[in-house]
Design a protein around this ligand. Structure first.
Ligand code: PLP
Length: 366
């Protein structure tokens, strides 16, 4: 579009914006691979292969009242999530996925030009939402073992640095940043957002630190352990005064009535869902062991529901395409430090067999 077109009215930093690269739904993947959707093995989105709790399906089948707006104060949802997380409801805010909460936090904290520390390689939405909100991304590389280097973070700080995001476990690398390092970041006086999207798989949390640190925010989601990625429901845990500010800037009806019911039904069926989490963790270790037997592959140990796998130099993109031709979809990132890697979500046991066999064939001939 020409400068004199509608573009001239768009905020300058958004005129030639680089979109986030999302994962496609199964029917699109199937059409691309020329196979029926039921043959798609979808290991690219860290989704839950077991789906949601059967109680969610029952609750949604019974649900009426689609013509009425949901509760803008999320009363029942906040209460249920707070009980689950062991905090008080005024510390909780629910969002349409943790993605929405990342955006809301940045809306709240960033003036144009303010800086956000991105502990690279990490989840792409932190940098994306920072840029959308007119902030500047300051990249601090993780070390060779993907650990966060607090000295490097401190060196990167300027008077304009406001927020640091720590995905814990980190996506795509799978490792956990220890509590001592997070405490070090909290001492720096920034807003420290610890993204515990994969909490149930890692059994690690910094929620107890909330009593001492008003600059700590913990993000969680029901997308992964509870199999609700499609309903978009995540939550943040933080100091009550911050939760109140967040509630004040969100869209009033951000949690739809189906998601509301799904949260309540999920939390009533947590034992079943946590047994599935355990099965996924065991499957992750089985997948890792099988992949490690393929010559040329390095498998990083992971506390999430996915594995980062390093291939021989220059082979990863080609391997992703080779897997896709066989109906197996995994994630490839072209960021330099992971350009030779694939991220493979843990699926059902039969998916493990198929992906290992295919990858072994691909790596052998390439
Ligand atoms: C680290 C991390 N944070 C947040 C999200 C987004 O989760 P949600 O589905 O709750 O928006 C993801 C999704 O993959 C993730 O890996």
């Amino acid at each position: 579009m020409k400068e004199e077109g509608i573009e001239r009215l768009v905020r300058p930093h958004l005129r030639s914006f680089q979109a986030y690269e999302p994962v496609d739904p199964p029917e699109v993947l199937a059409a691309r691979a020329g196979i029926p959707p039921e043959r798609v093995i979808k290991l690219d989105g860290n989704e839950n292969p077991y789906g949601p709790s059967p109680r969610v399906l029952e609750a949604l089948a019974r649900l009426t009242g689609y013509n009425i707006y949901p509760d803008p104060f999320q009363r029942r949802v906040r209460q249920a999530l707070a009980t689950y997380a062991g905090v008080s409801p005024d510390q909780v805010i629910a969002g349409a996925g943790s993605d929405e909460l990342i955006d809301l936090l940045l809306r709240l904290f960033l003036e144009p030009g303010d800086q956000v520390v991105d502990l690279s390689p990490t989840f792409g939405m932190y940098a994306f939402s920072t840029r959308v909100n007119g902030g500047q991304v300051v990249t601090v590389e993780r070390d060779a073992a993907w650990e966060v280097d607090p000295v490097a973070v401190r060196r990167a700080l300027t008077p304009r640095t406001k927020v640091v995001f720590v995905a814990n476990p980190n996506n795509p690398t799978g490792n956990v940043t220890p509590q001592s390092v997070i405490e070090g970041l909290l001492e720096m006086g920034l807003v420290v957002v610890v993204d515990e999207t994969y909490h149930e798989f890692s059994s690690f949390t910094v929620v107890p630190l909330l009593t001492k640190h008003e600059n700590l925010v913990v993000l969680r989601t029901l997308s992964k352990w509870a199999g609700l990625a499609g309903l978009r429901i995540g939550y943040g845990i933080m100091a009550p005064q911050l939760a109140k500010l967040m509630m004040g800037v969100k869209a009033p009806y951000n949690i739809n009535v189906a998601a509301e019911q799904a949260v309540l039904a999920t939390l009533e069926d947590r034992d079943l869902l946590l047994r599935r989490v355990k099965a996924i963790v065991e499957e992750r270790e089985r997948l890792a062991a099988m992949l490690r037997r393929i010559p040329g592959l390095t498998v990083y140990s992971s506390r999430g529901n996915f594995l980062l796998v390093r291939l021989p130099q220059g082979k990863a993109r080609q391997a992703q395409a080779g897997l896709a031709e066989r109906g197996i979809f995994v994630r490839y990132f072209d960021a330099p430090r992971v350009a030779d890697c694939l991220r493979i979500s843990v699926g059902l046991p039969q998916h493990t067999e198929v992906v290992v066999k295919a990858l072994a064939e691909i790596v052998k001939v390439s």
